[in-house]
Design a binder for this molecule. Structure first.
Ligand code: AMP
Length: 250
């Protein structure tokens, strides 16, 4: 089985996001970037399937400017075999990303395509679903367990108030939820080895993918600042304030 994992470069989740002064976008200047956490889980799952002998090759793909090669190298250090960067503007809309991924998946004859359930920068939660529809292949979103059973997959999904188990024929598209696994750290020797692993650069034109951005970002706003709290001296004072100032108690 060959696994294709789509990985996105995003702001590191530990960074406090700043908005540009003109509110046109998020300020990325000198900000630490990282592998999208759900993509990291997808890479980890692919590695576990390879380690258990159920997958033979893991190809990672990222669509964006040259900077995303850093995240591809991280995925190679974690255990992926090959990487593909599709040179394109950063932050293409999910439909364009899905169109490009479809072409890569077909060119690679991937049996399983793993994606994160969402990118933490734009919170779209769209790409996997669009890709499955464009490829006309089965999909399982929010996976918390993936088992390969011959030519099919058994996927447990996290849904509101419980779990759902699905069976589907490969090739299929799966998006990862937080509890699927706990990603490993890359060891120093593997980081060094990753520098020599193959990384190909392609363009959407070479892949025959149509890139059209039907979505325009009009602006972003930071959340309203929280007012500073106050210290109360007794439970009675707290109850009084909740009742008479905040008016949350009857
Ligand atoms: P989204 O639909 O933007 O929330 O992203 C869901 C998943 O699609 C991500 O976790 C990635 O697996 C994949 N994806 C989104 N954007 C890209 C990109 N630029 N390059 C590669 N994969 C991407």
């Amino acid at each position: 089985m060959k696994i294709l994992v789509a990985v996105k470069r995003v702001i590191d989740y530990n960074v406090k996001v700043r908005v540009k002064a003109d509110c046109s976008d998020v300020d990325l200047a000198n900000v630490k970037m990282a592998l999208n956490p759900f993509c990291e889980i997808a890479v980890e799952e692919a590695i576990r399937l390879k380690e258990s002998g159920q997958a033979q090759e893991i190809v990672v793909v990222s669509i964006g400017s040259k900077a995303c090669q850093e995240q591809l190298r991280t995925a190679l250090a974690l255990g992926a075999d090959r990487a593909i960067q599709v040179e394109a503007p950063d932050n293409l809309a999910p439909l364009s990303i899905a169109r490009i991924l479809k072409q890569v998946a077909q060119e690679e004859s991937a049996d399983l395509i793993l994606l994160g359930k969402q990118s933490i920068d734009a919170d779209n939660n769209q790409t996997g679903q669009m890709l499955a529809a464009l490829m006309d292949r089965p999909q399982a979103t929010f996976a918390s367990e993936v088992q390969v059973e011959g030519g099919s997959l058994r996927v447990t999904r996290e849904i509101d108030g419980g779990l759902q188990t699905l069976s589907m024929q490969l090739p299929a598209v799966v998006t990862t939820d937080l509890r699927l696994n706990e990603p490993r750290y890359a060891s120093l020797p593997n980081i060094m080895k990753a520098k020599r692993k193959p990384l190909e650069v392609k363009t959407p034109e070479e892949l025959g993918a149509e890139v059209t951005n039907g979505v325009e970002l009009l602006g972003v706003e930071a959340p309203a600042e929280r007012q500073a709290g106050i210290r109360v001296s007794s439970v009675e004072e707290l109850v009084d304030k909740l009742r008479n100032e905040a008016k949350v108690l009857a």
